[in-house]
Design a protein around this ligand. Structure first.
Ligand SMILES: C[S@@+](CC[C@H](N)C(=O)[O-])C[C@H]1O[C@@H](n2cnc3c(N)ncnc32)[C@H](O)[C@@H]1O
Length: 263
């Protein structure tokens, strides 16, 4: 990830500042109880607090009794925000570097009893029995080689809400795709509003971990095909969805892809 902070030079002798430096680079600017910030010089501003402002308005103030899954939790900003509203959160990420940050910050925020942190791939969730009231799937879809596999999996795990944020390709056109496209009419695929996803074989903004950039139309079509209804668009590149049942043919493919017994 390139859009991160390498930490400000912190005063010698300040143990929290020293730990911030030792755990750098940071992608999340956490405002710690001590007043320190972990990425005050973040290239995206006070990130992801700016994004949370858009998101927080669509979530109940009181999440007591809610079980939440934060996929790609990074340093845990969103997990902590949900836990402060009373949710029990499973925070997962593949990168031990970020998980070290999350574990350290969870202690400082005194949220270790409500934020459970595990090093997991999004696909590992297929082998977990639990369901979640809320799934946060923010900033991860485009990093995956198998985005629809992950989306189907998470759609099935979400009981009340799934919130998606993704890098997109420019253009907001959307067309009503026909129920059946005759082969000879494939020229329609070139229409700017046809759902499209650009494949990113090489680096974007120096980051080698991106694979896809879907159009807005493509994001919405993928969400629909995974049995998710978009109920709000509270911000740029942000979709709030309510899950329906996963379509049967999609579920069969998911069973096969995950090697699990059919449900
Ligand atoms: C762009 S950051 C987004 C972080 C956070 N969700 C946010 O929106 O601010 C992507 C995060 O997803 C994690 N990640 C990448 N691939 C993953 C995977 N297959 N399963 C779980 N996490 C993944 C990365 O380590 C990183 O922390």
């Amino acid at each position: 990830m390139t859009l991160q902070s390498h930490g400000l030079r912190q005063p010698a002798g300040d143990p929290i500042a020293r730990t911030i430096n030792r755990l750098a680079p940071w992608f999340h600017n956490l405002h710690l109880p001590s007043g320190h910030q972990t990425a005050a010089d973040h290239p995206l501003g006070d990130f992801p607090r700016v994004k949370w402002r858009e998101l927080s308005a669509v979530l109940p103030d009181d999440l007591t009794g809610w079980r939440a899954l934060d996929v790609g939790c990074n340093a845990g900003f969103y997990s902590f925000a949900l836990a402060r509203r009373g949710a029990d959160v499973l925070a997962i990420d593949t990168d031990e570097h970020y998980l070290r940050q999350t574990r350290w910050a969870a202690k400082l925020f005194e949220l270790t009893d409500r934020v459970h942190i595990e090093r997991l791939q999004v696909y590992d969730i297929a082998r977990r029995a639990e369901q979640f009231d809320l799934v946060l799937f923010l900033g991860v879809l485009y990093h995956l080689r198998h985005p629809l596999l992950a989306l189907d999996l998470l759609a099935e795990k979400a009981e009340r809400l799934l919130i998606l944020q993704t890098l997109t390709m420019p253009g907001e056109e959307e067309l009503q795709a026909p129920r059946n496209l005759p082969l000879a009419a494939r020229g329609a695929l070139l229409d700017p509003g046809w759902p499209k996803m650009a494949f990113l074989e090489h680096r974007v903004a120096d980051d080698p971990t991106n694979w896809w950039a879907p159009s807005d139309a493509c994001v919405e079509a993928m969400l629909r095909s995974s049995g998710l209804d978009v109920v709000q668009r509270p911000g740029y590149q942000l979709w709030v969805c309510r899950p329906r049942r996963l379509p049967t043919h999609v579920r069969h493919e998911l069973d096969a892809a995950t090697g699990r017994e059919g449900r």
